[in-house]
Design a protein around this ligand. Sequence first.
Ligand SMILES: [Zn+2]
Length: 589
Amino acid sequence: MVFDLLHYICPPSGKQYRLFGLGDENCQCVQASDGWIEFRKNRHMEEFYATDSVIGRGADTSEISRDGVNPTGQFYILYTRRPDGSLIYGAPWIKRLMSVGEKFHRDCRVIRYNANGTIVAEYDDATDIVVNAHHPRLTFPQSGITIEDVLELQWGGEEVYYYANGYGLVGWKNLRTGQGSFVGVLSATSFDPFPHEVKPRPRVAQPAHSVTVISTVSTLISSVATTLPEGTNPQQVQVNHRDGLWLLGMPGTGSQHIRVMGFKEVVTVFSEPVVPSGRYNWQRVKTARGEEGWSAAVVDNIPSFVPVEGDSGSVTDVVSDAVTEIVEEEEGLPDGTKPQRMQVNLTSGIWLLDNPGVGSGHIRVLPFREIVTVFAKPVVPSGDYNWQRVKTERGEQGWSAAAVGGTASFVKVEQQVPTGFRLESPVAVPAQIMQRFGVNQTGIPDFYTRFGLPAHEGIDFGGRLGDPIFAAAAGTVLAIAIPGESGVALDHAYGKHIKIQHNVGGQIYETNYCHMSSIAPGLAVGQPVTVGQRIGEMGNTGNVVAGAVHLHFNLRKKGATAAGEKQKLPDGTEVTYKNDLVNPGPFLG
Ligand SMILES: [Zn+2]
């Protein structure tokens, strides 16, 4: 299983808790307005930032003390060293996506300061951090508190850290000295507002970190990809294409790229499900590095993988050509310079630089959704980044980190969604997606067609009974439907549900939240709601397969059906849904 460590190490709106042991600290991770995430501990803090690929750290003011433990008062800041020796505030600390057993080597410059800001010491620091274990439930013997979903990390061979999903650091111990802290109180109600007075240095954005916020489209895709059914009949096979084979986030050549798996690379392929699309049959693939995605397992009826034992030595060049064609479709090969109109897919923007490499001269930050021309070749790999040439519509030319940790920074222009309307997740993140839009995983062939729907008409988010549901955008409550009341059929398929209307510059949208167990007290038809407002709780009322608690979330765009607006399904077909139903996926941030 691959974990997104962001939700464990520094969840941007983390829950409050208290640590005991070495000190007694009120703790919470908070997203600051400048994009940094502050892990606040009483009046101290540790600074974090996140890119698509790494979590980094800036200052740690924990050593400033008023209790005599550190009478001089010190803090330190981690810096990244540029090739020319200059320093960038902040340094990668660990990878975002990791599996148990995986190790990260971090290398940074540490400067220690006095409380008054003068330098006390300066040195390079290289350490390994290993993901030791994942604990579905972990009980801290000192307090008896049990927390679910905890990752255990070991740092430098000496200290063990426990990070809980949605909280942050909930415990640590030094294996040598036996010192440590442990969570003692959860969700205390009387925390002070963390008036953290220590702001050691102005924090500056720089290119390596300009890709701070996760791109909207790719986030959704990756969360879908990792929550698909496990697949059956895993088989160890090897890639049988001289040119390698793409591992993608979803079935379909237009999907997010993970990476090209090398010729003869041994991977696990799941024989089910098979998603046919044109000349390709897509199947789920898991690599030895723990990456999960989809590949064209069959191209023109020729398999892309061969059994490991049966290494015949003969390569099927026919297949190889076919696969090159997939790559061409995506990258504009073969002349290597074929330009493609793309848009920036990082909400924080991305740097345009004079040359490849983070140490290069800055031209400017290309903002989110700016349309530019990206040249498929050359690709200059450097560490976590793949640099490609970029030309702007103003005529500027330079280089950008077109891929960061394997995640694309640009998406095709056609994937652009209306800028005026964004949806926030209607459930807490990390969201667990049980069923995407446009598929039928119920096991009942006519589950949707009997309602005149080509396939699933929304997104199903998993969760537990009573989990909160939030308004996905600001709007007005259009309906509160309770089966058996006010003309709502007792057997309404949506069970208890709420409709919220959104007026976006005259375009009317409607979000629908179904199968709820309860409606937030006081919520009434006609009432305005704010984005993120708690509107009720998750349940399993209405037409729910096997009683599975989940939120069925769908979106209507007034006029979409009459206009014949097409919804692209995961299998590649395009259909118009009735009742103005559209895919909420591209709107979700
Ligand atoms: Zn559903």
